[in-house]
Design a protein around this ligand. Structure first.
Ligand SMILES: C[S@@+](CC[C@H](N)C(=O)[O-])C[C@H]1O[C@@H](n2cnc3c(N)ncnc32)[C@H](O)[C@@H]1O
Length: 200
């Protein structure tokens, strides 16, 4: 069992976190790098099953949350603050990332109500469309950077696991292809899939 204390300003574990952890555990690789660890759910779960994990996040609050949760689970985890690979060294069998795409998949009642209200007015609808397209572009830029930089950090036969929300599937697969990766679906979590990307 993974004990998780949630912190304000840190993304709590969701369906895709669970799917990502299951995919990490389904693979043989021992050395795991988790980018964007949030509360540390995936990193802690993988450590509990004997993987050697380096957990990172760009957000210092997430780094603190992950440290607290690692202690809560009596796990000795390497955790550091890093923008993607900036402060990372070493090579890994698995690089796991559940990217920050929450606005598109938010599903609470309140969120639905707010979204319906916004969609009902013409001006706000175009603001929403503009915000989505900006957000989409920034997520795709982040993933593209990951594909480029990861090559230095992957062991031979290593792979990248990414939670891909349905709306992003085509764009992310095109990017991976452009950067020299093959892709395969490892699991489905309803509104998206966990993909494994391996160098051709
Ligand atoms: C959707 S949350 C995933 C949290 C956790 N891995 C999980 O599955 O529950 C995305 C995380 O990525 C982190 N993040 C965003 N941009 C990042 C970057 N450039 N480098 C590292 N982490 C980043 C965010 O701070 C956030 O904690």
């Amino acid at each position: 069992m993974i004990k998780i204390k949630n912190f304000s300003g840190v993304a709590p574990p969701t369906e895709e976190s669970k799917a990502l952890l299951n995919c990490v555990l389904a693979l043989k690789g021992k050395d795991v790098l988790e980018l964007g660890t949030g509360t540390g759910y995936v990193a802690i779960g993988a450590s509990q099953k004997g993987r050697k994990v380096l957990a990172t996040d760009i957000n210092h609050k997430a780094v603190e949350a992950c440290k607290t949760n690692a202690q809560l689970n009596n796990i000795n985890l390497m955790i550091l603050q890093s923008d993607l690979f900036k402060n990372v060294s070493g090579k890994f069998d698995i690089i796991a990332f559940n990217p920050p795409i929450s606005i598109d998949k938010a599903s609470s009642d309140t969120t639905h109500r707010i979204k319906s209200f916004i969609r009902s007015t013409k001006l706000l609808r175009s603001v929403l469309r503009y915000t989505y397209s900006k957000l989409n572009k920034s997520v795709l830029r982040l993933i593209d950077k990951l594909f480029i930089d990861a090559k230095e950090y992957l062991k031979e036969n290593g792979g990248i696991l990414i939670c891909v929300i349905n709306n992003f599937e085509e764009d992310i697969n095109n990017l991976s292809d452009k950067r020299g990766y093959n892709h395969e679906v490892m699991s489905n979590f309803g509104y998206g899939k966990v993909y494994r990307f391996t160098l051709r």
